[in-house]
Design a protein. Structure first.
Length: 266
């Protein structure tokens, strides 16, 4: 029973939404992210990339993977990752960025001015990753506009990567940027995962657990079909399977507790 118990523990472990070594079904997107970073950060070309896709389609996981894989290459530049959900307000992005860059933290117009000066002065490239970028939109479009504009100033050393759920955020909020043709952010969309991709993800995760399969392959396909029909959200699929493992684990535990006593009548 202890052995079986550990296989369920392991199964629950691999079904957590951690960043895996290889992202199933996202080879193309990973390649495009890597290419963008190397082209702009290593090539010292300012620019911006807008990554869109529903929750659980692998945006953050892919970017985290690429940042890990390119760590040595990007060592000469500064990387700042901010989650916009964690900021008190849209304008909070400026002091947060200043703090990460080791600048004195000012507020209001002053903080924006000093940051712009810093980002257009000579120095290493600054890669700014803003996750949950949609959080900056509602309060003040000027914040988004300022950030994307910095990434296209002639002497800028800012490379901006924004991740958001909304597909059309840049069309709505950054329409003004379209007027400067040079400044349109590059777009990369993560479509929902298909049934086949979700099945692969689940099989690959559970394949890391030794011994007999914990969950039946028909069950995995059923889960993948249901999730792909609704959202294509890989985190949902992992969650459902993790819960299923918990159910099996409880059943097995119940059976081992109710084993008949040796020699007694069951």
């Amino acid at each position: 029973a202890a052995l079986a118990g550990s296989c369920y523990q392991q199964a629950k472990q691999v079904l957590h939404a951690a960043v895996p070594e290889r992202l199933q079904g996202r080879e193309q997107e990973t390649g495009m992210l890597r290419q963008f970073l190397l082209e702009h950060v290593l090539g010292r070309r300012p620019g911006s990339l807008y990554v869109s896709g529903a929750p659980g389609t692998g945006k953050t996981a892919c970017l985290s993977r690429v940042l890990l894989d390119c760590k040595d290459k990007l060592a000469g530049s500064r990387t700042v990752v901010l989650n916009c959900m964690a900021l008190g307000s849209a304008h909070g992005v400026f002091p947060a960025l200043a703090q990460q860059l080791g600048l004195p933290v000012a507020t209001g117009r002053e903080s924006i001015r000093s940051l712009e000066k810093h980002l257009t002065a000579p120095g290493p490239m600054v890669l700014l990753v803003l996750d949950e970028l949609d959080q900056l939109e509602s309060k003040g479009q000027d914040v988004l506009y300022t950030l994307f504009e910095w990434a296209q100033l002639p002497s800028s050393r800012l490379v901006l990567v924004g991740l958001a759920n909304a597909l059309d955020l840049t069309d709505r909020s950054l329409a003004r940027l379209g007027a400067h043709l040079a400044g349109k952010p590059r777009l990369l969309h993560f479509p929902p995962y298909t049934k086949e991709q979700l099945t692969c993800i689940l099989q690959e995760r559970l394949g890391q657990v030794a011994g007999d399969p914990v969950l039946d392959s028909a069950a995995l396909q059923f889960c993948a079909r249901k999730v792909s029909a609704v959202s294509g959200d890989a985190r949902k699929a992992l969650d459902i399977c993790r819960r299923a493992v918990e159910v099996v684990e409880l059943e097995v535990r119940g059976q081992t507790l109710l084993k008949p006593l040796p020699g007694g009548e069951s």
